[in-house]
Design a protein around this ligand. Structure first.
Ligand code: URA
Length: 241
C-alpha cells in the first residue's frame, strides 16, 4: 500500500499526526511504516469452545439457514432479521464483534453503521480491505436498545460462531470490544488486560488478538492510538504464520 493511501486511512482513524517514540525519547518511529513494535507477549491462553459439536456437520449454507430460523432466545421476537456474518470464505482474518445494532438489524449485515465505517478504516490501515476478511458477531440478533447481551443469549448463540470459526479456519482472529472478548475467552478480565497478548482460541489454538470496539473508539477517540498499536500487533501476529 502506498504511503499516501496509508496516510488517508490513518487520517480516517484520526491518527495522521501520531508517531511512536522510542524509549528514552529517541528518534520517532513512523506509525505509518511497516516497522512493527511488538509488545511483550504474555504467553498464550488456551480457551475452549462452549459446545463445540452442537452445530458440527453443518456447511455454510445449512448453518446460515439454521441461524435464520433460530428461536433459541427471546431476541428472535424483536429482531428484524438475523445477521449471520459477511466476507470472504477463504479469509485468513476473522473479525468478531458483539452483536448487530440498529443498522445491521435493518440490513442483515454486520458492521454497516458508523462503527462499521470506522472498522473498515481500521482494517484499511493495516492493508486489509473489508472484502478480504470475514466479519461476524457473537450474537446474530440485535438486543433491544443495543443493551449488553445476556449470558443466556450468548450461550445459545455462541455455537453458531464456533461453527463459523471451524468452517473458516482463520489464521488470526481480531476480536473487537470487551463483550466479544470476554465471551470468546471465557474470562471476566478487562479489555485493558486482554489486549496486547496473543490468546489461543479453541482446540486449533487460533491466535486471537483483542482490541477496542469501534463504537467505543467513536466515543473515546483518545484510545484510537492504543487501537492502532493493537492493529499493528495483530498484523505482526498474522505475519508469524
Ligand atoms: N457492533 C457490533 O459489535 N457488531 C455489529 O455488527 C455492529 C456494531
Amino acid at each position: 500500500m502506498s504511503t499516501a493511501r496509508r496516510k488517508e486511512y490513518l487520517a480516517a482513524l484520526g491518527l495522521e499526526s501520531w508517531v511512536v517514540r522510542a524509549p528514552g525519547g529517541a528518534a520517532p518511529d513512523d506509525a505509518m511504516g511497516l516497522t512493527t513494535r511488538v509488545a511483550p507477549v504474555a504467553g498464550r491462553h488456551a480457551t475452549e469452545p462452549t459446545d463445540a459439536n452442537r452445530e458440527a456437520g453443518y456447511d455454510w449454507t445449512q448453518l446460515r439457514e439454521r441461524v435464520a430460523a433460530c428461536t433459541r432466545c427471546g431476541l428472535s421476537a424483536t429482531r428484524t432479521q438475523t445477521v449471520f456474518g459477511v466476507g470472504n470464505l477463504e479469509a485468513q482474518w476473522l473479525v468478531v464483534g458483539e452483536a448487530p445494532g440498529a443498522e445491521e438489524d435493518r440490513q442483515g449485515e454486520p458492521f454497516v453503521g458508523r462503527a462499521g465505517q470506522l472498522l473498515n478504516s481500521m482494517l484499511r490501515a493495516i492493508g486489509l480491505a473489508r472484502e478480504q476478511v470475514y466479519i461476524a458477531n457473537v450474537l446474530k440478533c440485535r438486543p433491544p436498545q443495543n443493551r449488553d447481551p445476556l449470558a443466556s443469549e450468548t450461550n445459545s448463540c455462541l455455537p453458531f460462531l464456533e461453527r463459523q470459526i471451524a468452517l473458516l479456519k482463520p489464521k488470526i482472529m481480531l476480536v473487537v470490544g470487551r463483550i466479544a472478548a470476554q465471551n470468546l475467552l471465557r474470562t471476566d478480565s478487562s479489555l485493558g488486560r486482554l489486549r496486547q497478548q496473543v490468546h489461543a482460541y479453541g482446540e486449533a489454538r487460533v491466535p486471537l488478538v483483542v482490541t477496542y470496539h469501534p463504537a467505543y473508539l467513536l466515543r473515546t477517540p483518545a484510545d484510537k492510538r492504543k487501537a492502532w498499536q493493537d492493529l499493528k500487533f495483530a498484523r505482526e501476529v498474522a505475519a508469524r504464520g
